[in-house]
Design a protein around this ligand. Structure first.
Ligand SMILES: Cc1cc2nc3c(=O)[nH]c(=O)nc-3n(C[C@H](O)[C@H](O)[C@H](O)COP(=O)(O)O)c2cc1C
Length: 172
């Protein structure tokens, strides 16, 4: 199986975009743009996300006492780009407050989920984090969600035909 084709097929699944943050044991904050965030269970309230084994943030995430999931709004594409990079200061000019276990909550997010660790599972080249939600908040208003589809950030109504795969598989 070609990895490029696999990635392209996965890109057909439109997702929201979150930044998952945590404060490591050394006091340093980590944050990563994530499209793998998803709901798992209502009772107990569980969510999941998967972290690449090559992410520099992984050791801090594994030892953190909690995480914050920040669901990004359409006007936070710059934050998504910044937290998708391995190098540089991700936190410069990002307004935050502290959530459970001092995980940073990013101002302007559509929703926040403050979580504690529940389980870690092997996920091949990723580690699957299952987290128990302790608190959540939503910030409704006119804001749209930030979406990721066919390797691009978009808003609702921003799927264009020119982004169709080069070699679409025949529909059987
Ligand atoms: C839209 C988008 C979604 C992403 N989703 C994930 C994800 O679910 N899991 C992951 O490990 N990396 C994901 N990444 C890549 C990470 O954000 C990136 O590798 C990370 O910020 C690296 O941080 P670090 O090496 O400083 O820890 C995604 C990137 C983008 C642009």
């Amino acid at each position: 199986m070609s990895e490029a084709a696999f990635r392209q097929a996965l890109g057909e699944f439109a997702t929201g975009v979150a930044v998952v943050t945590a404060r490591g044991k050394d006091g340093d904050d980590v944050g990563m743009t994530m499209s793998s965030f998803n709901s798992v269970s209502l009772d107990p309230p569980l969510v999941l996300f998967s972290v690449s084994r090559s992410a520099r943030s992984l050791p801090a995430m594994l030892e953190a006492g909690g995480y914050a999931v920040n669901v990004l709004a359409r006007d936070q594409e710059g934050i998504a780009q910044r937290f998708a990079r391995t190098l540089g200061d991700k936190w410069e000019r990002v307004r935050t407050s502290l959530g459970h276990a001092e995980a940073p909550l990013i101002a302007g997010a559509l929703a926040h989920f403050e979580c504690e660790p529940y389980a870690h599972h092997d996920g091949g080249d990723h580690v699957i984090f299952v987290a128990r939600v302790l608190r959540h908040s939503v910030h409704p208003g006119p804001k749209e969600p930030l979406l990721f589809f066919r390797r691009r950030y978009r808003g609702l109504d921003e799927a264009r035909d020119e982004d169709a795969p080069d070699n679409p598989s025949p529909i059987l």
